[in-house]
Write a protein that binds this ligand. Structure first.
Ligand SMILES: [Zn+2]
Length: 253
């Protein structure tokens, strides 16, 4: 049985949202974690804004690669992927990639983006994914969750207001890369688009690596869809901001 808190604050329906702010720590995370969901929502008429937190400049094992060139390449790859999945706007915070994301600055910038674009829902990587070792992911997810929860309060990141922005209340927070999903999105009709968007990230996924990633994602999507009437699924944790503070059973919702 679900804990009471799941009914006390109902789980929002992502398809009833009007404007989704999709946040990714690095160029490519959104495509891998929720590409089919983004495509489905865009095709359903939801206004989609992409927000990329770091510039992806550390996405290489080759020390001879120029970081500025790599960041430029990854931005281009993201623009191509976004054109496939759907985007009304692309925003870039351009923090340096590589695990040194300054938490408070990132949180302020994400809160600023929320207060500027006024989304009804925020989609971001789950910062509570067990064994997640990349701090860009943990900090981006937590900063976005905190900003979604607190951007309605004028005393939270007041520097945004000094810049002329106004407070904003987000209704829904959805997490990809989650270990505690409560919402399965039918990804079947948009799966090819998701894989094509991943293919845009040539700098990250040379053919063999890309093939393996896509095979893993497809097998997982098939397994997740098994008890439903669809073929492939993306699994998300969808909550209201009310769930994001003091209610320990929220992870079970
Ligand atoms: Zn990443």
């Amino acid at each position: 049985m679900k804990p009471d808190i799941c009914n006390f604050f109902p789980i929002p329906d992502l398809f009833k949202t009007e404007h989704l702010l999709c946040i990714q720590p690095h160029p490519d995370d959104l495509e891998i974690g929720a590409g089919a969901t983004v495509a489905r929502l865009y095709r359903a008429g939801v206004n989609i804004t992409w927000l990329t937190v770091t510039n992806g400049s550390a996405g290489t094992y080759d020390p001879s690669v120029n970081c500025t060139d790599l960041a430029r390449t990854r931005r281009y790859e993201t623009e191509k992927a976004a054109a496939i999945l759907g985007a009304n706007d692309l925003l870039w915070l351009n923090f340096p990639d590589g695990g040194n994301l300054p938490y408070e600055k990132a949180r302020s910038s994400i809160a600023g983006a929320i207060r500027k674009t006024k989304p009804t829902a925020v989609l971001v990587c789950d910062p509570w994914l067990p064994y997640e070792a990349h701090s860009d992911h943990i900090r981006t997810g937590l900063a976005a969750a905190e900003a979604a929860f607190l951007s309605a309060i004028p005393y939270f990141c007041p520097e945004n207001l000094e810049e002329g922005l106004t407070t904003h209340k987000v209704e829904t927070v959805a997490f990809y890369y989650t270990a505690y999903p409560n919402t399965l999105i039918d990804a079947s009709a948009c799966w090819d688009s998701k894989l094509a968007a991943i293919d845009c990230h040539v700098s990250q996924f040379p053919p063999e690596k890309g093939k393996l990633l896509k095979r893993y994602l497809t097998e997982k999507a098939r397994e997740q869809a098994e008890s439903y009437n669809f073929e492939l699924a993306e699994a998300l944790k969808v909550l209201s901001p009310n769930h994001l503070h003091i209610f320990e059973p929220a992870w079970q919702c």
